[in-house]
Design a protein around this ligand. Structure first.
Ligand code: PEP
Ligand code: MN
Length: 372
């Protein structure tokens, strides 16, 4: 089902400087000097539509920097006056909305830790009724497209016309290369469900690290995203939050110069980078495999310790036969070849025995592999 919301196209928004629609600025406003110095350099790029800075920061652990609060809004007002850039900040409750509007903030975004909560999103939407302000809704931290759409609908129902979505990746228990999993199929599905909704990507929070920001930005452009939100800081290494993922304005200029914009003709269906998406999945599963092997070997070592303490021989042939028989049955039922199961399990068993030998011999490596 395709949803029609009463939103205006990005090209009609004030300050639109062409595709990609760019939002940049520090993760957090820290000092007036840091905010202004970053904003001046960004304004000089002449590509940025909106200057962002977090005033209230949702931090994972207490006793970390949680934002400067209302005093930072004055600095945003100065940025606007001095550079002509429009300004944006994150709002996580109605009080934030009222404060930000009082200081003339042009764009508000709802963060990933807020868009998971319909009560809070509704509270924010109610505070936005009758207000003409730009709003972006980040995806919730969990990969739930209905929750994302629900949050967008709540804001649309409040009458917000300049409304868009930000894809910032999804958290996962399994550690992978990126800080947050892109799960590109979710924003692509969002675009299918709400075709007219402006959609931008936040490669900073997906990558968690400077080195991947370019490749994620390029991918977002290849998937026809309308814009990018990229964190930048005058001195990234000294940033009080998200230090490893922020770029200097100069590095941002360089990144933008390397971005290739392919022309997605409006008659083309939105192109899904099938190969890229599948490779992403392969990387995720390979990471899983490594993590599982690590965990399995840790258990093997614990067993080795137990055998040592109780004077039990390492090689327990019956137990090993049982493992191979079970694995073979399960593997074959799942369409895996006998050869694969055989090779993988022999290697796993060998590594287990090596580890146990090491434990038995007080850390001395075993090189003559016992036969099975
Ligand atoms: C941010 O943009 O600095 C932020 C906190 O983002 P997210 O809600 O995506 O984590
Ligand atoms: Mn951040």
């Amino acid at each position: 089902m395709v949803l029609k919301l009463e939103t205006s196209p990005l090209s009609d928004w004030n300050g639109f400087k062409g595709r990609p629609f760019l939002i940049s600025g520090p993760c957090s406003a820290e000092t007036e000097e840091q905010v202004l110095a970053t904003a001046r350099e960004l304004a000089a790029l002449d590509r940025i539509s909106i200057f962002r800075a977090g005033i209230w920061k949702p931090r994972t652990r207490p006793d970390t920097f949680e934002g400067v609060g209302v005093s930072g809004l004055k600095w945003l007002r100065t940025v606007k006056k001095e550079t002509g850039l429009m300004v944006a900040t994150e709002v996580a409750n109605e009080k934030h909305v009222y404060e930000a509007l009082k200081y003339g903030v042009d764009m508000l975004w709802i963060g990933a830790r807020t868009s998971v909560n319909p009560f809070t999103v509704q509270e924010i939407a109610d505070a936005l009724k009758g207000v003409d302000v730009m709003v972006f809704v980040k995806n919730p931290i969990n990969p739930d497209i209905e929750l994302w759409i629900g949050a967008i609908e709540r804001v649309a129902k409040a009458g917000i016309k300049k409304l868009g979505a930000i894809h910032r990746g999804f958290s996962s228990y399994v550690k992978t290369t990126y800080r947050n999993q892109p799960n590109w199929q979710i924003p692509i599905e969002l675009r299918r469900r709400i075709p007219d909704l402006p959609l931008i990507c936040d490669p900073s929070h997906i990558s968690g690290s400077r080195e991947y920001i370019h490749e994620i930005s390029q991918k977002a452009m290849d998937l026809s995203f309308d814009g990018l939100m990229i964190e930048s800081h005058i001195n990234p290494d000294k940033a009080l939050s998200d230090a490893s993922q922020q770029l200097t304005p100069n590095d941002l200029r360089e990144l933008l110069s390397r971005l290739i914009l392919r022309n997605a003709s409006p008659t083309d269906p939105r192109l899904l980078d099938v190969l890229g998406e599948l490779r992403q999945q392969i990387d995720i599963y390979d990471d899983h495999l490594i993590d599982l092997l690590e965990q399995r070997m840790k258990v093997s070592e614990t067993i080795g310790q137990y055998k040592k303490e109780n004077n039990i021989a390492i090689l327990q042939t019956l137990r090993w036969d049982e493992i191979v028989r079970k694995a073979m049955k399960r593997g074959l039922a799942k369409g895996l070849s006998q050869e694969l199961i055989d090779t993988v399990f022999k290697a796993v068993h060998q590594e287990s025995i090596n580890r146990q030998m090491k434990v038995m011999n007080n850390g001395i490596e075993n090189h003559d592999h016992p036969s099975k």
